[in-house]
Design a protein around this ligand. Structure first.
Ligand SMILES: [Zn+2]
Length: 82
């Protein structure tokens, strides 16, 4: 399990599936680069903001830019605001 309590197998599966941001489609990178391009860092995202829902449907990967933009907003609200 990683720090988001995602089991390793699910983590691998989602990493394999989501190589681009689920929201904006940018190609993501795994490691923090020395500088620049941090916005393309991959982060873990709970589609529904409930960390107890750990399933391949609720877990996705999105880039830092989308993650920080979305914050704790509910997905439909965030989509409308952007
Ligand atoms: Zn994005």
């Amino acid at each position: 399990m990683n720090r988001w309590r995602i089991p390793a197998r699910l983590e691998e599966e989602v990493k394999e599936r989501d190589k681009t941001c689920v929201y904006c489609g940018v190609r993501m990178i795994e490691r923090m680069p020395p500088r620049g391009f941090r916005k393309a860092m991959a982060t873990w995202e709970h589609i529904i903001n409930d960390a107890s829902i750990v399933s391949r449907e609720n877990i996705a990967r999105c880039c830092v830019a989308c993650n920080s933009s979305k914050g704790t907003k509910k997905l439909p609200d965030w989509i409308q605001s952007s």
